[in-house]
Write a protein of this length. Structure first.
Length: 289
């Protein structure tokens, strides 16, 4: 069987703390998750990262793995030494995962292929698992359902609660490791028009110089559809205006922040230039702040 360098897989040293391992795993799992990364080799990398975390995040498994020492290289053919106790008291840790998702090395150490019966009948304790689910702002605003393929290949319809914010989790009962729960942490996909801060939504709205000077109603986008915003006369570029309750829904709904950007039409024709020259004469005494 091939030796797997789990520390190298996560990009951490052998002296890494549990917190360092957790941080590295979360970063790499989010980067290579099949739901968001369709590049060739991403799924295999995702499985490799999961297997490494499976071992290094568990003190007993990590201790057993470290018994092998640091002299082995990734990909090198490896045979456990006689009497090596990789399966002592840990025999069933691979559970239903052994073989299909994890390597021969993992199965040999913690259960499944190569155990020679050690650990048979062992019932692993249920453990909660964590994963990341990327959704759109619209899915949060309206709520709904998303079909999600878990790393083990199982597909579930996940209910997205209306108004869920980034960083909150959805608990899927009995969908984690060994019958534990799966906690899906929410991430928002980058939006073409909006940015988000908690429940507040921000957007930039372009207006003409005459709208800026004279004021009036302008149409602005929100997650619930376009609305009219009353622009006061003399609204300067960069001014921010607040639409109460137009952010993400909740017990206290978020707001939408509108930043005004003044866009000046180009002087394309002679008539355009003449108009701007007249304006320059008319406002000759005006000094921008």
């Amino acid at each position: 069987m091939e030796y797997k360098d789990y520390y190298k897989a996560l990009g951490v040293p052998r002296t890494a703390s549990a917190a360092d391992i957790k941080k590295a795993y979360r970063k790499l799992a989010a980067e290579f998750h099949p739901d968001k990364n369709k590049a060739k080799g991403a799924e295999e990398r995702f499985k490799e990262v999961n297997e490494a975390n499976e071992v290094l995040s568990d003190p007993e498994k990590r201790r057993a793995y470290d018994e092998l020492g640091s002299d082995w290289r990734a990909g090198q053919q490896f045979r456990p030494p006689p009497g090596w106790g990789g399966g002592r008291g840990r025999g069933g840790a691979a559970g239903g995962f052994g073989g299909a998702n994890f390597s021969d090395l993992f199965s040999s150490m913690f259960g499944g292929a190569g155990m020679g019966g050690m650990g048979g009948g062992f019932a692993p304790e249920a453990e909660d698992s964590r994963d990341v689910l990327t959704i759109s702002l619209e899915e949060s605003f309206h709520g709904g359902s998303r079909r999600v393929q878990l790393s083990g290949g199982k597909t579930l319809d996940v209910k997205i609660p209306k108004g869920i914010t980034e960083g909150q989790t959805i608990r899927l009962t009995a969908q984690g490791r060994f019958g534990g729960d799966l906690l899906l942490e929410m991430r928002f996909a980058t939006h073409a028009r909006f940015t988000v801060n908690g429940r507040d939504i921000s957007a930039v709205v372009s207006v003409t110089p005459w709208q800026s000077a004279l004021g009036g109603a302008v149409s602005v986008p929100t997650l619930g559809g376009d609305v009219e915003l009353k622009l006061p006369a003399g609204t300067a570029g960069g001014k921010k205006m607040r639409l109460k309750g137009r952010g993400l829904p909740g017990a206290t709904p978020g707001d939408q922040i509108i930043e005004i950007r003044v866009v000046t039409p180009p002087a394309v024709t002679d008539e355009d230039r003449a108009f701007y020259e007249q304006m320059a004469e008319r406002f000759a005494d005006f000094k921008p702040a």
